[in-house]
Design a protein around this ligand. Structure first.
Ligand code: BTN
Length: 335
């Protein structure tokens, strides 16, 4: 753990019993007076910490806020690549831009930047990405892949599979489907978008995996232009319940940690076992086996979505039996 706060939060979050003050102080490398000071700081940040006489400290509640030390605490002390450095902004234009700047300043692979709110969130194909405050997880991961630039479509496939797994872990019983190349659907609604950007110019070599997850939105929280097809992890739990039934909010920090964990766990397979990632992406695909329409700069083409190529590109079989391959710069929808 990098900081005393991360250590304290990790111990408090993992404890089933109140933690005696001397034990906590020693683990965090603090004097009892310093520990009391840190506890006051954490309470100010929204953590409900109780001191039970003769027993010690207990965590009663946690805030619905993304806090770098708390995310580190949730991830735990093990070695990791993705999430080895976490930065949280209350507001920024686009987390992809922040990571690009930090990458140019030499930031290391695995840096993750979250923003509670984006004022210029971007989606694919030049679209805007609505990033309302404290409702979702808007974040970008810095990667420095060793494989050639031509293989970069792999990154979207890896991210989509890892995110689908994380969502199913966070919401047991759910089913996360991938709409190629970069959307995750829950119960027929788009809940996640992925935007990969990067640079391979000259000496510069990095990829930014931007991820937007709608977590605690209710139906009215989406802008009208996307409301008909957007959903959130929370709305996906409504199932057959009536729309006026209250849905409790989900634990965003815990979901953020689960996402980073799955991205990290699957990262070695990007280079070593990519066919396994591809097979899972195919099995989760909303498009495969269906008749789809691809809108390309050169016009519109239709065909059966047949499978994914070895680097994650989509293969269609056209009307005349011809093979058509798409890399992600096109809009592909069900016909
Ligand atoms: C899409 O569905 O078109 C992709 C949406 C990607 C949104 C995320 S939110 C975090 C990161 N910062 C951005 O500006 N975009 C991505």
């Amino acid at each position: 753990m990098k900081t005393a706060d991360a250590t304290i939060l990790h111990l408090l979050r993992s404890a089933s019993q109140p933690l005696p003050l001397p034990e906590l102080a020693q683990a965090a490398g603090l004097s009892p007076a310093e520990l009391a000071g840190r506890m006051a700081g954490l309470e100010q940040a929204g953590f409900g910490i109780e001191l039970i006489p003769h027993l010690g400290y207990r965590l009663r509640e946690t805030p619905d806020r993304l806090i770098a030390d708390d995310l580190a605490a949730l991830l735990g002390p093990g070695d990791r690549r993705i999430g080895r450095e976490i930065v949280v902004f209350e507001e920024t234009g686009s987390t992809n831009d922040v990571v690009a700047r930090m990458a140019r300043d030499g930031a290391g692979e695995g840096l993750v930047v979250f923003a509670e709110r984006q004022t210029g969130g971007r989606g694919r194909l030049g679209r805007a990405w609505a990033s309302a405050a404290h409702l979702g997880l808007w974040f970008s991961v810095l990667l420095r892949p060793r494989f050639p630039l031509t293989q970069w479509p792999r990154l979207t496939t890896w991210a989509a599979v890892a995110i689908a797994r994380a969502i199913e872990k966070a919401l047991p019983g759910s089913r996360a489907a991938i709409k190629w190349p970069n959307d995750i659907y829950l119960r027929g609604r788009k809940a996640v978008g992925i935007l990969i950007e990067g640079s391979g110019a000259g000496d510069e070599r990095f990829a930014i995996v931007g991820i937007g997850v709608n977590v605690n939105h209710l139906e009215d929280d989406f802008p009208p232009e996307v409301a008909a097809r957007a959903g959130s992890l929370r709305t996906s739990l409504r199932g057959n319940a009536p729309p006026d039934e209250p849905l409790p909010p989900l634990d965003r920090p815990a979901i953020a940690a689960t996402l980073l964990d799955e991205l990290d766990r699957l990262y070695p397979s990007l280079e070593e076992r990519f066919p396994e990632i591809l097979a899972e992406a195919e099995q989760r695909s909303l498009l495969l086996g269906k008749w789809v329409r691809a809108t390309t700069p050169g016009g519109m083409v239709e065909g059966i979505a047949e499978g994914l190529e070895s680097d994650g590109r989509l293969r269609l079989r056209g009307r005349e039996g011809q093979t058509l391959v798409f890399s992600g710069g096109e809009e592909v929808t069900l016909s």
